[in-house]
Design a protein around this ligand. Structure first.
Ligand code: UT7
Length: 337
């Protein structure tokens, strides 16, 4: 009988900028306190990109993932980058990564936009290419540079986010390790809970009515991230719980068999509420948001890389991922390490 083809996580890597922005630093910028940020979110500090772009961060994380996997750039057959803060409208961040790492011409490289769920969306897509036998090795990356789209005078959002990138090498295997189940979801009707509009540019046609339905009807939105925090919080817990249950059911795994849950690092209270609803023990949840805040698509792969390098993942372990973000989007994956 043919053994199932799986996508195995062969290596991980991450990169965060050196510049640290602490809660104390933010106290000097907006009306906030270290105490408020710590108790409401769990965040103590975050990193800010300075003189480096999303593509630079993505390439550094990817280089480390290749090193960790013992795979050379020439073996990569697919590059998928989850990001909502690309350096340019086009080319894609993935194309820049291809160039920066010297990955051979002809290899497909593209970005996908799923905000904080970007890395798990990339995992889901790349896994399909692998299990269908189309590619043997893929590079998946989650990167965001939210410091570029934050209104640094808005205390309700500027304390939450940071910059960073994480990556993984996926490799085709017929062994027991690899992605056991993965799901991705979205609900565009709730787009306005969390969004970041493009900056508006004047064109010779702006004054004409009826050329662009949205522009003629509405005032342009400010080009900053906007979020309805409370509502987003509730939907985040609800969708993350349902997405995890779906992944566990598809993988035929009971909650007590989960060795490590690596959730999107948005808010400690969201993570705890999700964990409690699933009755998972505290020690089975990985958190590093105190150091980096919410790095959007970078969040899960940075946490995965740290867990991996700390030796938290043993061969045969069941690792569960779950994310939630703008779109709205949500996603979960169960992986045997
Ligand atoms: O990654 C994508 C998904 N994103 C998320 O999952 C984020 C989801 N939401 C959250 O994490 C939380 O809703 C927040 C951390 C954003 C806010 O926490 P909260 O407990 O929901 O606070 P709140 O929005 O209800 O605000 C409570 C109070 C308000 O003051 P009043 O109206 O009670 O007087 C805010 O003005 O806290 C005030 N506040 C602040 N105070 C000090 C809001 N931001 C700050 C701040 N410092 N930075």
């Amino acid at each position: 009988m043919a053994v199932t083809l799986r996508a195995k996580i062969a290596g991980t890597g991450s990169y965060v900028p050196e510049r640290v922005l602490s809660n104390r630093d933010l106290e000097k910028m907006v009306e906030t306190t270290d105490e408020w940020i710590t108790t409401r979110t769990g965040i103590k500090e975050r990193r800010i990109a300075h003189g480096e772009t999303s593509a630079d961060m993505a390439a550094k994380a990817a280089e480390r993932a290749l090193g960790n996997a013992g795979v050379s750039a020439s073996e990569i057959e697919l590059i998928v980058v989850g990001t909502v803060t690309p350096d340019m409208t086009f080319p894609s961040t993935a194309c820049f990564v291809q160039s920066l790492l010297g990955i051979k011409a002809g290899v497909p490289a593209f970005d996908l936009s799923a905000a904080c769920s970007g890395f798990l969306y990339a995992l889901d897509v790349a896994e399909k290419y692998i299990i269908s036998g189309v590619v043997k090795k893929a590079l998946i990356i989650g990167v965001d540079r939210f410091s570029n789209i934050i209104d640094w005078t808005d205390r309700s959002t500027c304390v939450l986010f940071g910059d960073g990138a994480g990556a993984a090498v996926l490799s085709a295997t017929r062994g027991k390790s690899g992605v056991l189940a993965s799901n991705i979801h979205s609900d565009g009707r709730k787009w306005n809970l969390l969004y970041a509009p493009n900056p508006v540019r004047d064109t010779p046609f702006c004054k004409e009515t009826g050329t662009d339905e949205r522009e003629s009807k509405e005032e342009p939105l400010p080009p900053y991230l906007a979020m309805s925090g409370n509502e987003t919080f509730k939907v985040a817990v609800r969708t993350m719980v349902s997405s995890i249950k779906e992944a566990l059911k598809a993988a035929k795994i009971r909650p007590e068999e989960v060795d490590l849950l690596i959730p999107h690092q948005a808010n400690q209270r969201i993570i705890q509420a999700t964990r409690q609803r699933l009755k998972l023990p505290e020690e089975s949840v990985y958190m590093n948001l105190d150091k980096y805040g919410n790095t959007s698509a970078g969040s899960i792969p940075i946490a995965l890389d740290e867990a991996n390098r700390e030796g938290r993942l043993k061969r045969g372990d069941v690792v569960l991922f779950v994310a939630f973000g703008g779109g709205l989007t949500w996603s979960s994956a169960a992986v045997r390490w």
